[in-house]
Ligand binder design. Structure first.
Ligand SMILES: CC(C)=CCNc1ncnc2c1ncn2[C@@H]1O[C@H](COP(=O)(O)O)[C@@H](O)[C@H]1O
Length: 251
């Protein structure tokens, strides 16, 4: 109830039906919540019928014809060949390469794009595309609709996506979720730091580095994913519980 000076000088109906007035309310947070909600609804609605999918991450800056681009094409191709839909961020570079490989292999090629300050369209190899306004909504879609992540060389964006996934697995939010790093030369120093510093300093558990698989071979990446996804969920949970209790007991 509002009385006195707090009574507004117009009703909700008037404000809804009258076209007059400033539009800056459109950019206010309560309205944004609805837009965020709409983005979730659209994402869930468009992706719900996808077959099992794998998301491929990697640099937006990788040039066509480079070794990493070629690796992206090959892994997209290999994933599609065994029936996985391939999801990427829909941009250029490694994302485009993986979409290209998937499409050329006759698979389903998905791009979950993001609105950026400079204009950018979904790459030409995307067959099912959604453009998101919000990074965090898009990230939910990557995780919810894939069974694994494959991560090729990349920068901050790629590292962000990689470490989000590792954290979700480490904290048990997602269970059957292999993460495959492709590009041994590029990723080995990071793995060395994880084992040599994070583990030694006690920032992670001894079982945690095992969450990351490393290979240069697209077929090996696919094998790791298929094998891991065919393990019963219970087996994975038990292995992690065992590792945690061994750590607690110092064995
Ligand atoms: C050339 C340029 C900067 C284009 C930006 N265009 C982008 N389009 C779509 N997703 C992107 C883009 N930039 C970053 N990302 C996200 O972050 C990752 C790549 O970031 P980075 O280039 O590694 O750090 C991708 O897996 C993608 O999900």
């Amino acid at each position: 109830m509002l009385r006195g000076d707090l009574v507004p000088d117009s009703t909700h109906d008037q404000r809804l039906l009258d076209r007059k007035g400033p539009t800056d309310w459109l950019h206010m947070d309560p309205w944004r919540v609805l837009r965020i909600q709409a983005e979730f609804v659209e994402g869930f609605g468009s992706l719900a019928d996808l077959p099992p999918a794998v998301t491929v991450f990697g640099s937006a800056r990788t040039s066509r014809g480079s070794a990493d681009y070629d690796m992206g094409v090959r892994v997209g191709h290999a994933l599609a060949k065994v029936g996985y839909a391939v999801i990427t961020g829909g941009g250029p570079g490694v994302m485009e390469a993986a979409n290209k490989g998937a499409l050329e292999a006759g698979g389903i090629s998905v791009g979950l794009g993001i609105e950026l300050p400079h204009e950018q369209r979904l790459n030409e190899y995307v067959d099912l595309g959604i453009e998101f306004r919000y990074f965090f909504v898009r990230k939910t879609m990557f995780v919810k609709y894939s069974e694994a992540f494959v991560v090729l060389p990349g920068g901050f964006g790629t590292l962000d996506e990689l470490f989000e996934a590792v954290t979700l697995v480490q904290t048990g939010k997602i269970t059957k979720f292999p993460i495959v790093l492709m590009g041994t030369t590029y990723w080995q120093p990071l793995l060395d730091w994880i084992k040599g510093t994070l583990l030694v300093e006690g920032m992670i558990s001894p079982a945690d580095p095992e969450l990351l698989h490393l290979t240069d071979d697209p077929d090996e990446a696919v094998r790791i994913i298929v094998e891991s996804n065919s393990k019963p969920e219970q087996e994975i949970i038990e292995a992690r519980v065992r590792a945690a209790s061994e750590e607690e007991n110092g064995t």
